[in-house]
Every structure is written in C-alpha cells, then in structure tokens.
Write a protein that binds this ligand. Structure first.
Ligand code: FES
Length: 72
C-alpha cells in the first residue's frame, strides 16, 4: 500500500494486518482491516484502533523519474 502524506513523499506499507493477517484497505486517510476493524494511520502505519498489536510494516521505496520503486 502506498501513501503520499505530502507532495513528493511516498511511503509504502505492507497490506497485511498485524492482527491475524487479513488484507487492509485504504479509505479516508487510513488503512482499515475488514476482519476485526483495526484501523491504521495512512501516513505512519501506526494503529489508531482495534485489536492489531503493532503498526503496518514499512517497505523501503524510492521515487525515480516519477516512478515508485521498491528498495532503498
Ligand atoms: S485481522 Fe485485521 S483486525 Fe483482525
């Protein structure tokens, strides 16, 4: 999952919920898990609410010529 909290700043997160591994979905500036309703901050991946015990895992990305690439 990609997030762009500010222009030119792209952050990637694993879409796997840290509770029981369902796939989270983006919406309203958050990532929400449809399984047990955990909610994650769309800019930081931190848990906002729910049973998820930890933030979404960050994935290193870089932007080159307007393309988001995985890796540092
Ligand atoms: S698997 Fe996401 S809240 Fe339970």
């Amino acid at each position: 999952m990609l997030s762009q909290p500010t222009d030119g700043s792209v952050i990637a997160f694993s879409a796997i919920c840290t509770h029981q591994g369902w796939v989270v979905k983006p919406g309203g500036g958050e990532f929400d898990c449809p399984c047990h309703q955990s909610r994650f901050n769309g800019a930081t991946g931190e848990v906002i609410d729910g049973p998820a015990p930890s933030p979404l895992k960050k994935i290193p990305v870089r932007v080159t010529n307007g393309v988001v690439l995985a890796g540092p």
